[in-house]
Design a protein around this ligand. Structure first.
Ligand code: AMP
Length: 189
């Protein structure tokens, strides 16, 4: 988890490569479904176009299906999911049925000032200060209950997201190592 501009995508790609696990991004899965114009894709389309969350029933089913693919057997990194308490509870059910559970929840922490600076550097048209502030606010509103939920179970590893990509990646690795190595996680799955 991390606000827009926290470097989540970059770190996710590095981590899955490093651990040899599958990258499960619900944003990517949804965009593919829209491109392919599947039933779910057509339903999801208008929510995504309006910048709203896609109904959880659609997203949860996609995640469950994706987990059947063989590359998930080595482990998964969830990216962009869960986005609500309902989705977190559905995820618990999905994982329990498969006899597994989350190892950790990684929270990339970057100050609002730094995120605003990074998003402004990207120079996207929609990234004016006001829009950035609104995106950060909606992120906080979305994530706070989820973080509370996972904090209560001692799953959250808060990572300082400032500094270089390498520095952040080193911190992520160190946090995961404190929780037991990747090999153990593979065996557990
Ligand atoms: P992302 O690439 O993670 O920013 O997701 C792009 C869009 O896909 C979001 O704005 C939502 O409309 C939708 N989306 C992605 N993940 C979820 C999710 N877990 N629950 C609901 N909608 C999602």
């Amino acid at each position: 988890m991390g606000p827009p501009g926290a470097g989540k995508g970059t770190q996710a790609r590095r981590l899955v490569q490093h651990l040899g696990i599958a990258h499960l991004s619900t944003g990517d899965i949804l965009r593919q479904a829209v491109r392919e114009q599947t039933d779910a894709g057509r339903m999801a389309q208008r929510y995504m176009a309006g910048g709203q969350l896609v109904p959880s029933t659609i997203v949860v089913e996609m995640v469950d299906e994706r987990l059947n693919q063989p590359d998930c057997a080595a482990g998964i990194l969830l990216d962009g999911f869960p986005r609500s308490l309902g989705q977190a509870q559905a995820l618990d059910g999905i994982l329990a049925r498969r006899g597994t559970a989350l190892d950790a929840v990684l929270e990339l922490q970057v100050s609002d000032a730094e995120v605003t600076r990074r998003l402004t550097l990207r120079g996207r048209e929609d990234d004016r200060d006001r829009v950035i502030a609104r995106r950060l606010e909606s992120y906080q509103g979305e994530m706070r209950p989820l973080l509370d939920y996972y904090h209560a179970r001692g799953l959250v590893e808060t990572i300082d997201g400032s500094g270089s990509e390498d520095q952040v990646f080193d911190r992520i690795q160190a946090a995961l190592e404190r929780r037991g190595g990747a090999e153990e996680r593979k065996r557990a799955w």
